[in-house]
Design a protein around this ligand. Structure first.
Ligand code: ZN
Length: 123
C-alpha cells in the first residue's frame, strides 16, 4: 500500500497524520514541523499586530471622547447646548463607525498578505 507509506505518526499522541504537509497533528494539534517564515512574511505579521494595536488605541480614545460627550449631554450643566452636543454625539458615533470600517479593511488586506506569506513545508 503506497498510500500508507506517506502517513507519519504524531510524536505526541501517535495518531497517524494523513495529510503529508500538515503542520500540526489533526488529533492533538501538536506541532509537527517548524517551517520558517520569510522576512517579508514577518514584516506583514508585525504590520498586522502593529495595525491592530494602533486601531485599538484609536478606538479607545474615540470611545473615550464619545463617552465624555454623552456625559456632557446627560449632565444638567450641558443642557444649555443640547443641540450642539447632540451633533457632536452623532459625529463621534460616525467616527467610531468609520474607524471600525477602516479596521475591517486594514485587517482584511494585511490579513491576506499574512496568509499569502504563510510558511510552506517542503518535505
Ligand atoms: Zn497528535
Amino acid at each position: 500500500m503506497a498510500k500508507q507509506k506517506r502517513v507519519t505518526q504524531c510524536p505526541e499522541c501517535h495518531a497517524p497524520v494523513a495529510h503529508r504537509r500538515a503542520l500540526t497533528c489533526g488529533k492533538c494539534a501538536a506541532q509537527l514541523y517548524y517551517p520558517k517564515r520569510s522576512l517579508v512574511g514577518w514584516v506583514f505579521v508585525w504590520l498586522f499586530f502593529a495595525f491592530n494595536g494602533y486601531m485599538l488605541v484609536r478606538l479607545y480614545f474615540t470611545g473615550l471622547g464619545l463617552f465624555r460627550t454623552y456625559s456632557t449631554v446627560a449632565s444638567p450643566t450641558g443642557a444649555a447646548g443640547t443641540a450642539g452636543a447632540g451633533f457632536t454625539v452623532s459625529t463621534t458615533a460616525a467616527t467610531v463607525v468609520s474607524l471600525f470600517f477602516e479596521w475591517f479593511i486594514g485587517f482584511f488586506f494585511i490579513g491576506i498578505l499574512v496568509l499569502m506569506t504563510k510558511p510552506r513545508v517542503r518535505l
